[in-house]
Design a binder for this molecule. Structure first.
Ligand code: HEC
Length: 117
């Protein structure tokens, strides 16, 4: 019985600390998005961009956002890179950690994107 309770406490604290770290990642991502002024083009809620040709980011899959930002960072020189006059120079300023955090933050936002049908 003691073992079961100890196990329950351990797994509960693992869940709590996981949530805490997910939250702090989102907070850090929000701070980074503010620092780099990402909303100035992608919209304050990240789903009403200033130009209809600019992508909506709110609620987008985390992995996809991360992949896109890393691809802009790589640029045209590398395979599987993206070249863009706006996003290229911006993404090159981001650290790997900032990309992770920003992706978590954008993914956490309310969205009009259809993620599942
Ligand atoms: C000056 C305007 C501008 C700013 C500031 C800006 N973006 Fe972008 N962003 C764009 C445009 C335009 C595109 C589409 C580029 C293309 O066609 O590849 C884009 C594309 C993206 C994409 C790819 C989305 C997709 O669906 O493939 C991501 C992710 C992204 N931006 C994140 C960010 C983040 C994070 C920041 C802040 C660090 C930021 N953007 C700041 C204009 C901007």
């Amino acid at each position: 019985m003691k073992k079961i309770i100890a196990l329950a406490v351990v797994s509960l604290s693992a869940v709590v600390s996981f949530n805490a770290s997910a939250e702090s990642q989102i907070d850090a991502g929000k701070a980074a998005a503010t620092k780099y002024n990402c909303a100035s083009c992608h919209g304050a809620d990240f789903q009403t961009p200033i130009d209809p040709g600019y992508p909506k980011l709110a609620g987008q899959h985390k992995d996809y956002l991360k992949h896109a930002l890393v691809a802009y960072k790589r640029g045209n020189e590398a395979s599987n890179g993206r070249s863009n006059a706006i996003m290229g120079p911006l993404a090159k300023q981001l650290s790997g950690k900032e990309i992770e955090n920003i992706a978590a933050y954008l993914h956490s936002l309310p969205t009009t994107l259809v993620l599942r049908k």
